[in-house]
Write a protein that binds this ligand. Structure first.
Ligand SMILES: *Cc1c(COP(=O)(O)O)cnc(C)c1O
Length: 236
């Protein structure tokens, strides 16, 4: 059923091709294998096949699987990304389980992260999620409020904002999706110029199975890919 190694090879080829097509280096783009709903054995085989970055959406699910995989502590081998929505009451646990949080989407959540992050020797790495599709069902700051909120978050202690993240609208039509990636990139360029403290616009986390090539053309430095590697999810 699963041919993880082959799928990963194919995704890497597509990343390289998309990068080449727009004059970027494939090495600028980190492939995050989004492992939500897939069991620990499958994740282990992806790591075996060279995956160095994994993404999960839910704290509880990640906790169970990470302990099966021996990834409940930070490791040099695998970077653990939280891609899904985070509730404030789960922040403490999230910081134990993840090396970077892609989904900070409010000042209040950032305050909770800042508070829990005080326990750690290094600032916690976060990205700010922006709702570029403006779909009501999606999380993220609306683009118009993003700069002001980042300015406020930049005042908090113990955290480091390393970029922006978005989940584009679900569509196969790149004429619809591309402008959303463009908006995220432009926002990031604007924020970069403002030189807020603790803010470094190093990453654009955008692009999933349906749209990652377009995201790469528009500047993605992290693509989050589940289905193209692991096949369809049984549950969401
Ligand atoms: C599930 C998920 C992905 C991966 O989606 P695919 O379409 O399976 O590649 C990426 N990012 C987030 C935030 C997700 O929830």
């Amino acid at each position: 059923m699963y041919d993880i190694e082959d799928n990963i090879r194919r995704v890497r080829e597509r990343i390289a091709e998309a990068a080449d097509n727009c004059g970027r280096k494939p090495s600028e783009i980190t492939l995050i294998a989004v492992t939500k709903t897939h069991p620990a054995e499958i994740i282990a085989s992806a790591i075996e096949a060279g995956i160095t970055d994994i993404g999960e959406n839910r704290i509880q699910e990640a906790e169970t699987k990470f302990s099966q995989l021996g990834l409940e502590e930070p490791s040099l081998k695998v970077k653990r990304h939280l891609a899904g929505h985070l509730q404030r009451n789960k922040v403490k646990k999230a910081l134990q389980l993840f090396d970077i949080i892609h989904s900070v989407d409010s000042l209040r959540l950032a305050e909770a992260v800042s508070q829990s992050a005080a326990e750690y020797p290094e600032p916690v790495e976060i990205l700010i999620e922006v709702n570029t599709s403006r779909e009501e069902s999606k999380f993220g700051l609306i683009p118009e409020e993003t700069i002001e909120t980042i300015e406020q978050i930049s005042q908090l202690l113990n955290i480091k904002i390393l970029g922006l993240m978005t989940v584009a609208g679900f569509s196969d039509d790149m004429k619809i999706v591309r402008p959303q990636f463009v908006e995220l990139r432009k926002l990031s360029e604007k924020i970069d110029k403002m030189r807020f403290p603790n803010v470094e616009m190093r990453h654009l986390s955008m692009g999933m199975t349906n749209d990652f090539e377009t995201a790469i053309e528009e500047g993605a430095t992290m693509v989050r890919i589940g289905t193209a590697i692991f096949g369809e999810r049984v549950t969401v």
